[in-house]
Design a protein around this ligand. Structure first.
Ligand code: TPP
Ligand code: SF4
Length: 350
């Protein structure tokens, strides 16, 4: 549903640990088509950041070009934002992240933005394990330019004009696992219950957290014969499990039956508890994740939930051994370490 915000707010709106209400996490009124899946994803990002009590000014939203890439204007209005160039979100986000590692980064993209013009950037930002939540709002078409098939459109899928797509799709989630992504999830814009904990877990994950969200385009790709319509996605969703996100230092209250649950500890002490529906699938085993995705694809199912996680691998800053703190906090001594250091560097290069 289009995210309309009345100016009036109930005086007793719930507050989070920082004393903020949801209002502090909202953006401007959306100009997307009423019913666009992208608006629902914006609302889940608002909810996840509110629930995690994230300081809005410590969030940076970077996007490419497309209806999906417009959404950062519609959430977290008190955060930093950069609407960059088509397909170039990852490199802009990499620059920002290297300059200041102490922020939460959201990279927002579309299937056109990522799976075609931005494919090279997608591949390399995964290799580098940039600490960022990378969300693709996947509608199988180029919404902003009036609905042409994108590279994620399924073969045989029909567009609104009746055109049948003859090409094989790019499966972004499988590709991300193949490329070594350390957090890969898939969800549906219409499943807030699943998407909110997934986004919370992605924010807490140290490294690149990729979430491919089916997000129907009601104007150009919601027709019978489309495999990215609301009806089709609802009918073909298959969850790997349900996710419970347990913030740091909060007591775990529920216990799941043995053999059907698993707990994954993240770097900061938070815990993800997964109630598994697919017994043979292990989210910490890459091969098992790949198998589960291949099997789902063979049955024309869309596998949702957390598909794969690896908490062992360091992020880009760990790999490069960068200095502590943001660039703008480095003092003169760190920036200009003196003649002796310079001579040592020069000597090491001779
Ligand atoms: C370099 C460049 N090439 C092409 C375009 C035209 N263009 C704008 S948005 C877009 C695709 C958007 O599709 P997607 O990323 O799937 O986002 P959606 O609008 O569906 O959310 C294209 C091809 C552009 N803006 N810049
Ligand atoms: S054209 Fe499609 S993707 Fe763009 S705002 Fe409208 S429904 Fe959403």
């Amino acid at each position: 549903m289009t995210y309309l915000k009345p100016l009036f707010r109930h005086p007793k709106l719930p507050k989070n640990k920082l004393g903020y209400t949801l209002k502090e996490y909202e953006g401007t009124i959306s100009t997307l088509c009423a019913g666009c899946g992208h608006d629902s994803i914006s609302a889940t990002i608002v909810q996840a950041c509110f629930e995690l009590s994230i300081e809005p000014h410590l969030v940076a939203k970077i996007s490419g070009i497309g209806c999906s890439s417009k959404t950062p204007a519609y959430f977290l209005g008190n955060s930093h934002g950069f609407n960059s160039v088509h397909g170039r979100m990852p490199s802009v986000a990499t620059g920002a992240n290297l300059a200041n590692k102490n922020m939460v980064y959201f990279g927002v993209s579309g299937d056109g933005d990522t799976a075609s013009i931005g494919m090279g950037q997608f591949v390399h930002v995964i290799r580098r394990n940039l600490n960022m939540v990378y969300i693709v709002m996947n509608n199988g078409c180029y919404g902003l330019t009036k609905g042409q098939d994108s590279a994620t459109a399924d073969v045989g899928s029909a567009s609104k004009s009746g055109h049948i797509n003859p090409f094989q799709p790019v499966d972004l989630a499988s590709l991300a696992v193949e490329l070594g992504a350390t957090f890969v999830a898939q969800s549906f814009s219409g499943d807030k219950q699943q998407l909110v904990p997934l986004i919370k877990a992605a924010i807490q994950h140290k490294g690149l957290a990729f979430i491919n969200v089916m997000s129907p385009c009601v104007t150009f790709n919601n027709n019978p014969g489309s495999t990215k319509s609301y009806d089709y996605v609802r009918e073909h969703m298959q969850a790997t499990g349900t996710l419970d996100f347990v913030p740091e230092r909060e007591a775990i209250k529920a216990e799941y039956a043995a053999g059907t649950d698993t707990a994954v500890s993240l770097h900061d002490g938070t815990v993800m508890r997964l109630h598994k529906l697919a017994p043979e699938w292990n989210p910490e085993d890459r091969l098992s994740a790949v198998n589960a995705m291949q099997q789902a694809r063979a049955k024309n199912e869309i596998l949702t939930g957390l598909l794969y996680i690896n908490t062992e691998f360091g992020d880009l800053h760990d790999i490069l051994k960068t200095s502590e703190g943001a660039f703008n906090t480095l003092g003169e001594k760190a920036l200009c370490p003196g003649e002796e250091q310079l001579q040592a560097i020069n000597a090491s290069l001779r």
